[in-house]
Design a protein. Structure first.
Length: 130
């Protein structure tokens, strides 16, 4: 598995014992599409989400404003229909629906699945620790 990350990665507000099982299920789901482990990429990014001034009620379609560590697994294969998930909400994505309990246990605030030509990805937003 290839990895990508900035030189200084923030610490996420989760524990390995809660996050690693979720990551394992995501990797297993990716491998079940026919992807090889060496073809997968794990990307970790620092993300700052600012409040959208046009979003009057604060219930926009993305994550709530804040600082996050975004973890993405992408690779060849089809992870199913695109969809998003917010803590405490539902989703149209089959993969995210299967993972809701693990997402909540790991402390994920927001997640989405994307289909791209020849590959797909899943991204998880974990709050920045501290």
């Amino acid at each position: 598995m290839k990895t990508e990350h900035p030189p200084d990665v923030w610490e996420a507000d989760t524990e390995d014992v809660r996050f690693v099982p979720l990551l394992g299920e995501i990797i297993a789901a990716s491998l079940s599409t026919g992807a090889e482990l060496g073809e997968l990429t794990l990307n970790v990014s620092n993300i700052v989400v600012e409040r959208d001034p046009s979003d009057e009620d604060g219930e926009g379609s993305g994550p709530s404003p804040g600082e996050y560590v975004a973890v993405t697994v992408k690779g060849r294969g089809d992870l199913g229909p695109e969809g998003t998930w917010r803590r405490g909400g539902g989703t149209s994505s089959r993969l995210l629906s299967r993972l809701i309990e693990r997402l909540e246990t790991a402390g994920v605030h927001y997640a989405y699945v994307r289909r791209l030509p020849q590959e797909s990805s899943i991204t998880l937003f974990l709050a920045r620790y501290g």
